[in-house]
Design a protein around this ligand. Structure first.
Ligand code: 4AD
Ligand code: MG
Length: 475
């Protein structure tokens, strides 16, 4: 508990979270925040002050003996910012231990009557339109506190296990996933593009002297560092220009990508399972109040599901077995929007069937067809499949994608030819196989998808502070 009773507390601000944690009534403390609600009683008013430090606000009792009482209360409308010095006393009301009796009350900034976040429930769609104000609501305050906590837990998980944090570049010349879904980065004048002798765009005249884009993954650069520092991770913004307007895709999202030398696919799957469980446990322990709120208002099953997930081993199933399960399900009369056979990408409905209906727990699907996956994955002895893995979780589907990497120079070169990638562009990546190549593996966890899983929030737009999706980059 920060210095509630020290002399510094006379001047320093106390957060509502710390005030609630007080073990005894305090001398004077200073709370600062925003008015959530105000109610008038006969000789005093209740003002609920929230400062975002926790879900609960602090009930402030303002007695009408305070100078300028009537004017202060008139100005204390929902959304106004206030600064209140007062004494913490045991609360008479239910649901809170302490309340603050105001000794000095200042309205710092009034809120216009048009303040859009009134007490009544708002739809998520409406709140997206006021993304600059929605963090002041209970739901979004909780989401973004959990987001912050999990970002912290990501670092502790890897740091405690000897992984070094590497800042891989945001601007890159390579398309790691090979899906051609990159946002171009250029300073060329789009009204007047330079052309070469053949009439093609002349990237040599662009800022970097070549074609560059925002990264879709830090993996390739991460591999260079894993092949030096052994265990590394990157955690940063990632960009994909895929035009899919789903509840699970954002054009800008954050990805955590560990990469480890001397690690094979089995070790990689275990690392992913340990990681996901660690994050869930961390949230259960450190975000209990916010999770209880989601359990009440977003998803009643949330806590039971999270506890179930941390307590059981994840299932493993090869892609070939998965297709067999789906085939059997089709034969038993299940109707799909799209049928799959060996060699097809699993659609979201198939992924969710596997994890929600068949295994009823998180499941790692591994060893996918070679043709479905990027060039860097290690080819199996069968020549048809690669050492890939996707972790699927109930309610969301794929949350992690990873693989063991192809460490053999000749096989990697063959893969690159098959993907029409030029060796010239990837010379440095090939060098990693020329100089002390080692088996290595890694994965990428979509941070927002993990947040959706932990909070029960169903749309990715609602776990990103300011979401970027097709047609949408306001704020
Ligand atoms: O499966 P992906 O494409 O894998 C990679 O990018 C690898 N280079 C990772 C690695 O091995 N280092 O993406 C990894 C994860 C997905 O499982 C998903 O959770 C998330 O990133 N993801 C997205 N999240 C939100 N919006 C999108 N458009 C996403 N695309 C992928
Ligand atoms: Mg994937």
């Amino acid at each position: 508990m920060p210095a509630l009773s020290s002399t510094a507390a006379m001047t320093a601000r106390t957060l509502v979270k710390d005030a609630h944690a007080a073990t005894s009534p305090s001398g004077e403390i200073l709370l600062q925040g925003w008015v959530r609600t105000r109610r008038e009683a006969r000789s005093f008013s209740f003002v609920e002050l929230g400062d975002g430090s926790c879900l609960k606000g602090m009930q402030v009792i303002v007695n009408d003996s305070l100078p300028d009482y009537a004017a202060l209360m008139r100005r204390s409308t929902t959304g106004a910012s206030i600064s209140v010095r007062g004494r913490l006393v045991a609360s008479q009301g239910a649901g809170q231990r302490w309340e603050l009796v105001a000794v000095e009350y200042v309205v710092v900034g009034e809120a216009d009557a048009s303040y859009p976040l009134q007490k009544k429930g708002h739809t998520l769609e409406f709140l997206r339109e006021i993304a600059h104000l929605r963090p002041r609501s209970n739901l979004f305050g909780a989401v973004f506190r959990v987001r912050s906590r999990l970002a912290y837990a990501i670092h502790t998980f890897f740091q405690e296990r000897g992984f070094f944090h590497v800042h891989t570049p945001i601007i890159t010349a390579s398309d790691c996933e090979g899906a051609g879904e990159m946002f171009a980065v250029s300073t060329l004048d789009v009204e007047n593009l330079p052309r070469d002798a053949e009439g093609r765009l002349d990237y040599a005249r662009d800022f970097f002297g070549r074609k560059t884009s925002l990264t879709v993954s830090g993996q390739l650069e991460g591999e260079a560092f894993a092949c030096a520092l052994s265990n590394i991770y990157t955690f940063g913004p990632t960009f994909r220009a895929e035009n899919s307007n789903t509840s699970r895709h954002a054009a800008e999202f954050w990805m955590v990508e560990p990469e480890a030398a001397f690690l094979d696919l089995e070790g990689d799957m275990q690392l992913a399972e340990d990681f996901v469980k660690y994050l869930i446990r961390d949230a259960l322990e450190h975000c209990a109040e916010d999770l209880a709120f989601f359990g009440k208002f977003v998803d009643k099953e949330l806590e039971a599901r999270l506890r179930f997930v941390v307590e059981r081993p994840f299932q493993h199933c090869s892609y070939t077995e998965a297709i067999k399960i789906l085939d059997d399900t089709t034969a038993a009369g299940h109707k799909w929007e799209r049928c799959v056979s060996w060699g097809d990408n699993l659609q979201s409905e198939h992924e969710r069937f596997l994890t929600e209906e068949h295994f009823k727990c998180p499941v790692t699907v591994h060893d996918y067809p070679r043709a479905l996956k990027p060039f860097y994955m290690k080819v199996n002895a069968d020549g048809r499949t690669v050492r890939a893995m996707d972790l699927l979780v109930p309610g969301i589907g794929e949350i992690i994608g990873g693989s063991q990497r192809e460490e053999r120079l000749d096989v990697l070169q063959e893969n690159m030819r098959a993907h029409s990638l030029s060796e010239e562009d990837y010379w440095w990546y090939l060098d990693l196989r020329r100089y002390g190549s080692v088996p290595h593996a890694g994965f990428g966890l979509g941070f927002e998808r993990m947040l959706m899983f932990v909070t029960g929030v169903a749309n990715i737009r609602d776990v990103v502070p300011f979401a970027r999706t097709p047609g949408n980059a306001a704020f």
